[in-house]
Ligand binder design. Structure first.
Ligand code: GTP
Ligand code: SPV
Ligand code: MN
Length: 584
């Protein structure tokens, strides 16, 4: 008798018609074989074996460099179950239309069967996925990003409990590119892209879109959140999880080099992108990082901004769409050193400054998590780590202050539900457009977002010791158009205030949107930020918030009667608190 896995592989092979089928074991030898195979094509290169041992550069096709949200679908029988913020396709129509593209798509290619675990191998919170793909690049990335191969097969056995994901590069034409999720079947179909979030199906497709559906069914949470431990003097570590949209600073916050290290504050990394969280026996919410590696944004990462990341990248790292120096080292904008002559751009052309950036703005590195000098000793703890604070945030040139604390859980859910951020290069489309991105989950929620807000409210009633909820903004700009806050390692000053608030200390001032640090609330010694800049950073401007409330109202109205009453009430409370403060 075939196992459920074998039956599904047989079905997929019948549809896609590959020349051969290979089950991946996840061994180092297999990884090397895959790399050798990739080096035989013209899109993958070995980097300097002295300075970057076992590191490689991969160049994608130029139209396949970021997630394509407009080609990403939630396929439910009832359109309303996908909700107004998701693209929707009827499941039968999707099977017919996208099935036609899969038909024969792997002819002449090898089909790789990639079993993987999301989460620490022995964690009860972890789950198994199996990705079928015809992309060697996907296979080598999955080996870094998940616990892949034999460990997963051993845990799966002959069970049917895995999330199947079928992936093919197809012809890489965006006109024939679809990333489709079937929440009822817990199935993923992706064709036409080899890019990270579109193609590494364990990440956004499973660990967020499908897992968010499972989490609602089973009373847990799957969130687009980093997980960090803030060590304070004396050695106590307090865990926090933060949801920022794509390319808004999760990896950098999780892996920061603390500016307050001499005062005893350090940051330890548990995860940089996704958190799966369950209520523990002691009443706290416990989080695991379902991933085993970091798929991080390269540009902006340098020795001055993030030494930990730079050190992590010196071995066993795959780089995608960065520049290549004559010394065969990777290069990108913001790395901190000027490139010498003879550099090749991400497009494979000899580069000069007239040719735009040498690295694509969404160029990435894939690196094993344990290579980070900041990795937490608890990062693979099967039970996870207890979360004391949730932090929402985004890129807001205006309006949102550096940090504020919500009044309570329900208000915090409202803060998350109405958060907004300027779009980035992580997804195709315009960059710098402010859009509502609730809980940084706009592109990643596998069901109707109104129900997702309801799930958050419900979890608040269930968690005996819920995290306090905060909002941060490292990206507020002054009149000169420059960032007011230095960011990166200096963000620890904000984490320190959050810790103090969690512990019932920390000086704060009440405003209509929540508590902001009092004048002397933030530890600023050694920091070059003027008093003027600081009050600009912390300002809650009623006129700005007036238009903010109108905009968030327009957004919430989209959900109609499905929007939880509590969210509407919080909106009304907020406008009442501002009443009288707005100049006529
Ligand atoms: P995804 O992997 O897309 O989810 O991104 P992310 O949220 O992990 O963002 P990441 O930390 O990779 O940062 C994205 C970009 O923002 C990079 O270019 C960083 O250098 C930059 N960045 C991160 N933190 C800060 C900060 O505190 N201040 C400023 N000005 N830029 C930052
Ligand atoms: C993001 O875009 O949020 C990422 C990168 O973390 S990707 O894996 O492409 O989704
Ligand atoms: Mn992300």
């Amino acid at each position: 008798m075939a196992t459920p896995l074998e039956s599904w592989v047989g079905e997929a092979a019948g549809l896609t018609k590959p020349d051969r089928v290979v089950y991946c074991d996840g061994s180092a030898a297999e990884f090397q074989r895959m790399i050798e195979h990739m080096l035989g094509a013209s899109d993958t290169f070995e980097l300097n074996e002295k300075t970057y041992p076992n590191c490689y550069l991969h160049r994608s096709t130029v139209n396949d460099v970021a997630r394509t949200e407009h080609l990403t679908f939630i396929s439910t029988t009832d359109k309303d179950d996908a909700g107004p913020t998701n693209n929707w396709m009827d499941p039968e129509a999707a099977k017919y239309r996208v099935g036609a593209l899969f038909d024969g798509a792997m002819r002449g290619r090898t089909m790789y069967v990639v079993p993987y675990i999301m989460g620490p191998v022995s964690s009860p919170i972890s789950k198994i996925g199996v990705e079928i793909t015809d992309s060697p690049y996907v296979v080598v990335n999955m080996r870094i990003m998940s616990r892949m191969g034999k460990v997963a097969m051993d845990r799966l056995g002959s069970s049917a409990e895995f999330v199947p994901g079928l992936h093919s590069l197809g012809d890489l034409d965006p006109m024939r590119r679809y990333i489709v999720h079937f929440p009822k079947e817990k199935l993923i179909w992706s064709i036409g892209s080899g890019y990270g979030g579109n193609a590494l199906l364990g990440k956004k497709c499973f660990a967020l879109r499908i897992a968010s559906v499972m989490a609602r069914e089973q009373a847990w949470m799957a969130e687009h959140m980093l997980i960090l431990g803030l060590e304070s003097p004396g050695g106590k570590v307090t865990y926090m999880a933060a949801a920022f949209p794509s390319a808004c600073g999760k990896t950098n916050l999780a892996m920061m080099v603390s500016a307050l290290e001499s005062q005893g504050y350090r940051v330890w990394t548990v995860g940089d992108d996704i958190a799966w969280m369950k209520i523990g026996d002691d009443g706290y919410l416990y989080a695991i990082n379902p991933e085993a590696g970091f798929f991080g944004v390269a540009p902006g990462t340098g020795m001055l901004t993030n030494r930990n990341v730079m050190q992590a990248l010196r071995k066993n790292t795959l780089f995608t769409n960065v520049g290549l120096t004559k010394e065969r080292e990777p290069w990108w904008e913001g790395i901190g050193a000027e490139p010498g002559p003879g550099m090749i751009s991400w497009k494979g052309e000899l580069w000069d400054s007239s040719k735009g950036p040498a690295a694509h703005p969404n160029s990435r590195y894939t690196v094993p998590a344990q290579q980070s000098p900041s990795i937490s000793s608890k990062w693979e703890a099967p039970e996870g780590v207890p979360i004391s604070a949730f932090i929402f945030g985004g890129r807001r040139a205006r309006v949102a202050p550096l940090v504020y604390e919500s009044f309570d859980w329900q208000h915090g859910v409202f803060v998350g539900a109405t958060m907004a951020s300027e779009t980035t290069a992580a997804a195709t489309g315009d960059v710098g457009i402010t859009r509502r991105d609730p809980m940084a989950m706009l592109p990643f929620c596998g069901y109707n977002m109104a129900d997702y807000f309801g799930h958050w409210l419900e979890m608040g009633r269930k968690i005996p010791k819920p995290p306090k909820i905060f909002h941060v903004n490292w990206f507020r700009k002054g009149a000169d158009g420059k960032f007011l806050w230095p960011g990166y390692g200096e963000n620890v000053r904000v984490l320190k205030w959050i810790l103090e608030r969690v512990e019932g200390r920390g000086a704060a001032e009440e405003t209509p949107i929540g508590y902001v640090p009092a004048k002397n609330g933030l530890t600023l010694d050694g920091l070059k930020v003027s008093n003027g800049a600081l009050s600009d950073l912390l300002r809650v401007n009623p006129a700005d918030w007036e238009s903010e409330m109108q905009d968030s109202r327009q957004f919430l109205i989209k959900f109609g009667a499905r929007l939880p009453r509590e969210i509407r009430e919080e909106h009304e409370k907020l406008s009442r608190r501002f009443q009288g403060l707005v100049p006529a």
